[in-house]
Design a protein around this ligand. Structure first.
Ligand code: PLI
Length: 463
């Protein structure tokens, strides 16, 4: 059959539903009580109080029947599990790295990498911070410096590769700090905090060239690199006829290793890994993992979890899968735009990001517009979203002042293979209702602020 015959006309999912999980609807009065007792933080809601859960795409995906069957093949030996071999083979085949250190999830890998490579006073340039990644870099004594292109901070600029590294800025950071103070370049694909925006292959190639010029490593945050590969296939000249799997391999080939949260692209509920090409670094990482995670052949995962992830990786790079995954996100984004609600453009790979600053011009960042909007959305319909603004950005490690990010966003994050098109319609309607009520928003004040990653557990009260 020709390509045209096999290609489906819409982004319709290449699967059907075998098991369902009932959802609970709540009344407005119940939601008012729930959000107040959660301190106006959607992280502190009980899942039972949520109707459509778009808090995160992390660990919330539905596994396939093949993955569930794989769970029965769990080899729970403390050492030398067969599932570790299968996972290593899957990572080598689809990502191309030589060595694998399994971890309980992405931040476990970030911890090991930061501990191994970062020394006090080091500088880590990267294309926008991610919360856990930056915190591990800081705890190891480093300072993160943002080198993403300036357009990434503007929700309205439409660029195909808004996650790209600003190469001039990167070189300036390298020469100012001195290459000896740069443990590695921290490259994310796609860029979560910028709105799920991709990097181009051309940009990654040039980052590699610059790194080589100064003798530096490039470490990839591969958490959503499959989604990035799909955008390259769709948007970058010369890649339309290549498979997402081939594009992913090429992308990784320009880097020296990766940290990975298998809970996103990898289609599992728990798991992650650290990949490395350098034998000496691997030796150190496989020694360090036994201190913090577990033996180097399970690293915080059970055998069955490693098997499910090995199968999930193979499923995740199928062109049909990733087209439907990103297609659903784009469907929701376009619906929300039809209601006139301001969002980050272009629509990202894993989520639609509402522009809370534009929606609530009456609120300053000290009144937490995105936190306010996430709570308002929950109140309207029971849809749970996540703040990605000043609360998530935290405080400057040196001055103790709030980071004030230009982007003040609410993220509607789509779990993979979980919700239907009708759920997306309901979500868009609810966003529109919250938008229509925007003039009444008064903001919040923070009444409890945890020391680390405050967005998870902070509490608020209405102003
Ligand atoms: O949640 P972990 O520890 O498996 O992964 C940490 C992590 C690293 N990098 C990136 C880009 C992430 O998005 C990420 C986790 N993200 C979460 C939990 C999210 O809701 O986006």
């Amino acid at each position: 059959m020709s390509d045209a015959e096999t290609r489906r006309r819409s982004w319709a999912e290449p699967w059907k539903i075998k098991v369902v999980e009932p959802l609970k609807m709540t009344t407005r009065a119940q939601r008012e009580e729930a959000i107040a007792s959660a301190g106006y933080n959607t992280f502190l809601l009980r899942s039972e109080e949520v109707y459509i859960d778009l808090l995160t795409d992390s660990g919330t995906s539905a596994m396939s029947d093949r993955q569930w069957a794989g769970m029965m093949l769990g080899d729970e030996a403390y050492a030398g599990s067969k599932n570790f071999e299968n996972l290593s083979e899957a990572v080598a085949k689809y990502y191309g790295y030589r060595y694998l250190v399994p971890t309980h999830q992405g931040r476990g890998a970030e911890h090991l990498l930061s501990k191994m490579l970062i020394r006090a006073g080091d500088v880590v340039p990267g294309n926008m911070y991610f919360t856990t990644t930056r915190l591990h870099q800081e705890l190891a004594g480093g300072t993160f410096v943002d080198v993403i292109i300036p357009e990434a901070h503007d929700p309205n600029v439409e660029l195909p590769f808004k996650g790209n590294v600003d190469l001039a800025k990167l070189e300036e950071v390298i020469t100012t700090a001195g290459p000896a103070r740069i443990p590695y370049i921290s490259l994310a694909a796609t860029v979560n905090m910028a709105g799920g925006q991709p990097v181009s292959m051309e940009n990654v190639r040039r980052v590699r060239a610059l790194a080589d010029q100064y003798g530096l490593r490039v470490m990839l945050d591969a958490t959503r690199a499959v989604e990035n590969a799909y955008f390259i296939q769709r948007r970058e000249a010369g890649y339309a006829e290549k498979t997402v799997a081939a594009i992913l391999r090429e992308l990784c080939s320009y880097t020296d290793g990766c940290t990975m949260s298998g809970k996103k692209d990898g289609l599992v509920n728990i798991g992650g890994w650290l990949s490395l090409n350098d034998a000496a670094l691997y030796e150190e990482a496989s020694n360090l993992v036994v201190v913090y995670e577990g033996l180097h052949t399970y690293g915080g995962m059970s055998g069955r979890d490693m098997e499910a992830m090995a199968i999930g990786i193979a499923e995740s790079v199928q062109d049909d899968h990733i087209r439907a995954r990103v297609g659903q996100v784009e469907y929701l984004g376009r619906k929300i735009m039809e209601y006139g609600v301001p969002i980050v453009k272009p629509i990202g790979g894993h989520a639609v990001y509402l522009d809370a600053r534009a929606i609530y011009p009456q609120l300053t960042q000290d009144e937490f517009p995105a936190q306010t909007l996430a709570a308002a959305l929950y109140l309207d319909s029971g849809v749970r979203a996540m703040e990605r603004g000043v609360v998530s950005a935290g405080r400057d490690a040196k001055t103790g002042e709030h980071h004030y990010p230009k982007l003040e966003l609410v993220r509607l994050t789509i779990p993979r293979r979980v919700y239907t098109q009708a759920h997306m319609d309901v979500t868009a309607e609810s966003v529109a209702a919250a938008y229509d009520a925007r003039a009444g928003a008064r903001g919040l004040r923070m009444v409890h602020e945890p020391k680390y990653l405050r967005f998870f557990q902070a509490r608020f009260e209405p102003l």
